[in-house]
Design a protein around this ligand. Structure first.
Ligand code: GDP
Ligand code: MG
Length: 299
């Protein structure tokens, strides 16, 4: 027996890296469940964001961007994770940038061919479209690419178009009881989210390819009314990367730690004691066993 016409379902949010998938989910939920940076491969895991209302619940599935050149085990795992989210979806949001269409977008579109759920195309970052007439052109080009359920222009950052989007999403949800408690925002643990905050600050502080070679493992996360005590290890792939992350006289690591601490303090409203260690594990991102040990679960 279902509760009085309650609606609930899964929405897979897919697209190439960096189009704004995580930003979109965070904005809809009004809370940061998934980290965001201007760099590709920021999201490495499947992360659920639960949007609960009186008569419906939408479970957004944030996914790693589907990307080419998946030459390491971690990258193959990320692509598999994204592909898997499509299987259970009641609706797919295919996120693209209004100002740019690339071969990687084309790859994702191709993967969507076998998807049974309706697919809504989103043209994100419309705040960057000038002149505005260019948007009409982008909409018509996108509509011709596939028989989309809808094509909707949005700006995840500025919230443009999100009200009509969430209403549309609600209407696509099947009748079902809620699958999560209504006060639950994400399926991810506090440890996981804290590690992600550290990784976000690392990614923002480091240039070029180094962010892709590191991961963060929380060894201790204790929270009580006096505050949070957290120890985390930053794993890098090579000795040379360790020096870069630590920085001259430890300055960069201090800066990263401070940024992470401030965000955690703002989030939990308690003092935060954070200790970070940098360690080397040769080539962890291409080693299936290291991946499992470091929390990269197989979908
Ligand atoms: P993801 O890799 O698809 O999850 O993308 P993210 O959510 O991490 O965002 C990638 C970058 O795009 C970040 O720098 C975001 O701030 C930026 N971004 C996301 N949405 C918008 C938007 O609507 N407008 C603009 N101008 N930037 C955006
Ligand atoms: Mg993301």
């Amino acid at each position: 027996m279902t509760a009085n016409n309650f609606r609930c379902g899964f929405v897979a949010v897919v697209g190439r890296p960096n189009v704004g998938k995580s930003t979109l989910i965070n904005t809809i939920l009004g809370s940061k469940v998934s980290i965001v940076t201007p760099k590709p491969q920021t999201t490495r895991h499947r992360i659920l964001g639960v949007d609960s209302h009186a008569e419906h619940q939408v479970i957004y599935v944030d996914t790693p961007g589907i990307h080419r050149n998946a030459n390491k085990a971690m990258n193959r795992l990320m692509n598999r994770t994204a592909a898997n989210a499509l299987i259970d979806a009641d609706l797919v949001l295919f996120v693209t940038e209004a100002t740019r269409w690339t071969e990687e977008d084309q790859d994702v579109l191709q993967r969507l061919e076998s998807v049974k759920a309706p697919v809504v195309a989103l043209l994100n970052k419309i705040d960057k479209v000038h002149p505005k007439e260019a948007l009409l052109e982008a909409l018509s080009v996108m509509s011709a690419r596939r028989d989309f359920a809808e094509v909707i222009p949005i700006s995840a950052r500025r919230r443009d178009g999100l009200k009509s989007l969430t209403e549309l999403v609600r209407d696509y949800m099947p009748e079902s009881e809620p699958l999560f408690p209504e006060d639950m925002l994400t399926d991810r643990s506090e440890d996981f989210r804290a590690a992600e905050v550290v990784r976000e600050k690392l990614t923002l502080a480091l240039r070029q390819e180094i962010p892709y070679g590191l991961t963060v493992q929380v060894e201790r996360f204790e929270k009580d009314e006096n505050g949070i005590a957290m120890h985390a290890v930053i794993w890098v792939e090579r000795d040379s990367q360790k020096g870069i992350v630590v920085g001259k006289g430890g300055t960069l690591l201090k800066k990263i730690g401070r940024a992470a601490r401030l965000e955690l303090k703002a989030q939990y409203r308690v003092p935060v004691h954070l200790e970070l260690w940098v360690k080397v594990k040769d080539n962890w991102a291409d080693n299936e066993q290291d991946l499992m040990r470091l929390g990269y679960e197989s979908p």
